[in-house]
Design a binder for this molecule. Structure first.
Ligand SMILES: [Zn+2]
Length: 279
């Protein structure tokens, strides 16, 4: 299969597509304020070029996730938030630990859909809740593994979850791992659904009461934003991370944001949640 030429659109079709674009472009390109939508097409092509270069690097390191013919398929992972009219059905590579599009689909679009269901479908609660978002970055010492960074991040999630819990009816966390120079970093993102009159601490960015699905876009995109360090980082460290057969659990959720509480059973969320560290 040759490299696929993608056909880009300058407007996102639908909110999930808009979330996917923002999750990738806002973290990779600074100065997105005042940007035009045609920037999306240019940036999408740039991301594809950079991703293909990264895949080549991982292939040269004999990384099993991109070995053989699979590598070409991975190079053609489709950016669904920026293409349309594909004649040929292209499949996602599912390497969501490192691929920009799959990362955004798994985490940013994933949380958008979770929030949409929780706040608009299962518990119609227009204006009753607002969102709080917080992100913190940790870097571990040189020589420590990504697992160390992950457990360090989990400790922070547990602590912030306990502090936030009194007001929270739904909570999600994501620990995005990436290499920076010679060490692993953990970008810890926390999202909490709280009653609209809840007073958040200083380090939380608070939304207005959620009345429209559109308001979820920036929060979902920032929660699931793609770490630039994954495209820029050390290839050997990334190959090791990608090839890990040990379970790497990056996400957790609680209360209104767990799937088990959907289908109108959200009132039971306190008994059903299992805390951020446990799942
Ligand atoms: Zn992919």
């Amino acid at each position: 299969m040759p490299d696929h030429d993608f056909y880009f659109t300058d407007k996102a079709r639908g909110y999930p597509a808009a979330v996917e674009r923002r999750a990738v472009f806002d973290s990779l390109y600074s100065g997105s304020r005042g940007r035009s939508t045609s920037d999306d097409c240019r940036q999408a092509q740039d991301v594809i070029n950079r991703w293909r270069a990264k895949v080549n690097q991982l292939r040269s390191l004999d990384c099993s996730g991109v070995r053989g013919p699979r590598g070409q398929w991975v190079r053609n992972c489709p950016p669904t938030g920026v293409v349309r009219g594909e004649k040929r059905q292209l499949r996602s590579c599912n390497l969501d630990r490192v691929c920009p599009w799959c990362f955004a689909r798994a985490h940013a679009v994933g949380i958008y859909k979770t929030l949409e269901r929780a706040l608009f479908l299962d518990t119609p609660a227009r204006g009753k809740y607002k969102l709080l978002l917080r992100s913190e970055t940790l870097a571990v010492e040189k020589g420590r593994s990504y697992f160390y960074a992950l457990s360090y991040g989990r400790g922070l999630v547990d602590m912030l979850y306990k502090l936030n819990q009194p007001g929270s009816v739904g909570f999600a966390s994501l620990i995005a791992l990436y290499p920076r120079k010679d060490r692993w970093c953990a970008s810890v993102r926390l999202l909490s659904v709280v009653p609209e009159d809840w007073q958040a601490g200083d380090r939380w960015k608070a939304s207005k009461p959620i009345l429209l699905k559109k308001q979820l876009i920036p929060y979902a995109a920032r929660f699931g934003s793609y770490p630039a360090g994954l495209l820029a980082g050390d290839g050997a460290m990334l190959a090791q991370y990608l090839d890990s057969e040990l379970p790497v659990k990056l996400k957790s959720c609680f209360g209104l944001l767990t799937k088990r509480t959907f289908n109108g059973r959200a009132s039971k969320f306190k008994e059903e949640g299992d805390g951020p560290g446990g799942v």
